[in-house]
Design a protein around this ligand. Structure first.
Ligand SMILES: Cc1cc2nc3c(=O)[nH]c(=O)nc-3n(C[C@H](O)[C@H](O)[C@H](O)COP(=O)(O)OP(=O)(O)OC[C@H]3O[C@@H](n4cnc5c(N)ncnc54)[C@H](O)[C@@H]3O)c2cc1C
Length: 339
């Protein structure tokens, strides 16, 4: 049996390896050209200590000086001894370059660019190399702006590609923005575009309790990929609620897809809220106005939050104000690029 192991490096790079249940993660990584820091290979030195974020595994043989009981019970393992019993996500506490690996680059071309609204584009890229692309639902890629070779922009995948040769994104139309101008004025099917990735620690964890998803604007994108994945994995036994906040009615996109998810996932519900007081939507105001106590489930909830930095900060502050400490809290800020 071979398992898919996502190695997440400190610099945000993610690489996937396959590892049989009989092989250690270190052996599998070296076999595939990824040199995880390691000295003894015997469970004695702790150089390869890592944190297993998701998945089941055996810890193997090691001495307690290398891995304490507390560390073992809180998810740490020695990669030279750890053997997977399922697909896993493993955090490697070093940069990817130190492991002789780096971000992957993909030559793609535009398959489709569509204006979903005044403020939002949908972009689909295609390319043979994308068939081999793997990423965790919620992660992002860097897209080079065509004609501006020094500049790239980060975008979250808005679908799971599942071995297909295409990937999709939801992109905000920022007036005067480099990528926005390109999409508005020059993007054509067939235009070449280099993509690197995947990156990021904002991704879906195992479903072990209710989930609250909070999206601001095109911050909806990673949740669409997460919901794709939950559908592909047969659903969730726990409720999943998505609050999708936008500025005006014209910014609302992909509602048909969200409605389709409510049919595919009986435990999934969503609501749209709009800042504009003249909105036709029943829920007006910011996302924080519409987080109900039942969504927070007295803290027994995993919260995922994605959107522009002010929205992310406002929600984090709101959760502090209502004094709810959720079982886990994951966020992605769509910060503007500095170049
Ligand atoms: C990890 C990550 C993931 C991201 N994922 C997505 C995604 O899935 N979809 C998406 O639309 N965006 C996403 N972003 C933001 C994206 O990378 C770009 O910053 C955004 O698309 C603007 O790019 P641009 O080239 O059009 O504008 P730029 O040329 O970068 O900016 C033009 C001007 O607008 C300002 N500006 C840029 N962004 C904003 C903003 N949001 N609000 C107000 N002013 C702004 C800039 O400061 C600058 O003055 C993500 C960012 C990060 C860090």
């Amino acid at each position: 049996m071979s398992y898919n192991i996502a190695l997440n490096f400190e610099d945000g790079v993610t690489r996937f390896i396959n590892c049989s249940g009989a092989e250690s993660v270190v052996d599998a990584a070296y076999r595939q050209g990824i040199n995880i820091p390691m000295d003894c290979r015997e469970g004695a030195c702790s150089t390869c200590k890592c944190r297993v974020e998701t998945g089941t595994y055996s810890l193997g043989d090691y001495i307690e000086d290398a891995l304490s009981k507390e560390e073992a019970t809180s998810g740490y393992a020695l990669a030279c001894q750890m053997r997977p019993k399922s697909d896993c996500v493993v955090l490697i506490p070093t940069g990817s370059a130190a492991c002789n690996t780096k971000q992957e680059s993909y030559a793609t071309r535009i398959a489709e660019v569509r204006r979903l609204s005044d403020s939002t584009f949908s972009l689909v890229l295609e390319g043979d190399a994308l068939k081999g692309l793997e990423f965790l639902p919620g992660q992002y890629a860097n897209l080079q702006v065509p004609g501006e070779e020094q500049h790239h922009r980060a975008y979250s995948f808005s679908t799971m590609n599942g071995g297909r040769d295409s990937v999709s994104f939801l992109i905000r139309n920022v007036p005067g923005g480099l990528m926005s101008n390109f999409l508005r004025e020059r993007a054509q099917p067939g235009t070449a575009l280099t993509m690197t990735g995947p990156f990021g620690s904002f991704y879906l964890r195992p479903r072990v309790r209710p989930i609250l998803m909070l999206a601001g604007g095109t911050g909806l994108a990673p949740f669409l990929a997460m919901l794709d994945k939950i559908v592909a994995e047969g659903g969730s036994p726990y409720p999943i609620h998505l609050l999708y906040g936008v500025n005006t009615d014209r910014d609302i996109v992909e509602v048909e897809r969200l409605e389709a998810f409510t049919h595919l996932l009986p435990n999934f519900t969503f609501a749209v809220c709009v800042v504009d007081a003249n909105s036709a939507q029943p829920k007006k105001g910011y996302v924080t106005h519409h987080i109900e106590p039942s969504h927070l489930n007295e803290g027994e909830v995993d919260i995922y939050l994605c959107g522009p930095p002010p929205m992310v900060e406002a929600v984090a502050q709101h959760l502090r104000d209502v004094d709810v400490k959720s079982a886990s809290f994951h966020f992605e800020k769509f910060s503007a690029s500095i170049s």
